[in-house]
Design a protein. Structure first.
Length: 289
């Protein structure tokens, strides 16, 4: 526990230091070791838009959420998360389904946050695949900051910003038999949203609600926001399993190339390609609000 303020409860160290939980002992870490946040921390310090005064509400909330993210991503046992009350904890996005800590350990934060969109399918992506997709496409880190805090405990309401440079290739599932591949653009991917964290007197999260447009991240990484892709067959080849693999470039309806390709397996390519743009539009119009 950290130092207290006045006669109130002591402030935990995970609200005073953004990397506090990385120094926790006797933890079962994903991949068997403490994660390296060096690149993400350097990028954050260099590109953050708000410099919170030490001890301010913004400073405390910023650190709380940063440590929560580290635990959610890398601590594989829910009882070892210090930023939450495991038996009471729930997580939701845009007022949707509420997930327990066990659900989050199975799904992963990216899957819970993005869900089903035109360019990403959480139902067909496991925890490791989801994190690899964004870690590989933004190897310099995907930084996060609280930009404004509107209310303090017990219900903490805040605005946030999430950003990183897409200097690697994005590969992710769009369905049970399709994978999208988008080359590095070198551009900064940037998201904005709101968060509501319900916390105890000891500043542990019991309920976390996130609000933002989940289509925005994939639209920035893959193509133009709000424009449904039209698929065109260009070529095919035989995979190592002897099946034909079709490579389908995605273009928006204005004809501008997205410089990406959808790899569709043999069992669903015929239906997708022979029905024309109407079928393609239907296949990708499944985004959640």
């Amino acid at each position: 526990m950290g130092k207290g303020q006045g006669d109130g409860p002591a402030i935990p160290n995970y609200m005073l230091d953004p990397n506090s939980v990385l120094r926790d002992e006797n933890i079962t870490w994903r991949f068997g070791k403490v994660p390296d946040y060096t690149a993400a921390n350097e990028n954050y310090e260099k590109e953050k838009s708000v410099d919170h005064k030490e001890g301010s509400l913004g400073f405390l909330v910023n650190n709380l959420v940063k440590n929560w993210e580290k635990e959610a991503s890398y601590k594989v046992k829910g009882r070892e998360w210090r930023t939450i009350v495991p038996e009471k904890y729930s997580f939701s996005c845009n007022g949707g389904e509420e997930y327990s800590v066990d659900d989050m350990l199975r799904l992963g934060t990216y899957n819970a946050l993005i869900g089903e969109t035109a360019y990403y399918s959480s139902k067909n992506t496991d925890f490791e695949e989801s994190h690899s997709a964004f870690r590989d496409s933004m190897p310099g880190g995907f930084s996060w900051e609280a930009t404004e805090v509107f209310s303090g405990p017990p219900v903490v309401t805040y605005k946030w910003r999430h950003w990183g440079k897409m200097s690697g290739t994005l590969r992710c599932h769009t369905g049970p038999h399709s994978t999208i591949e988008a080359p590095a653009t070198g551009q900064t991917i940037q998201l904005h949203g709101m968060g509501i964290a319900h916390v105890t007197d000891e500043f542990k999260i019991t309920k976390l609600e996130i609000y933002y447009d989940p289509n925005e991240i994939m639209a920035q990484m893959v193509g133009s926001s709000g424009v449904c892709p039209v698929m065109h067959s260009t070529q095919h080849e035989t995979t190592s399993q002897g099946k034909e693999k079709y490579e389908v470039p995605l273009e928006n309806q204005l004809g501008e190339s997205l410089q990406s390709k959808l790899i569709v397996s043999e069992d669903n390519v015929g239906k997708s390609l022979t029905s024309g743009s109407g079928a393609a539009k239907g296949q990708f119009d499944n985004a959640e609000e």
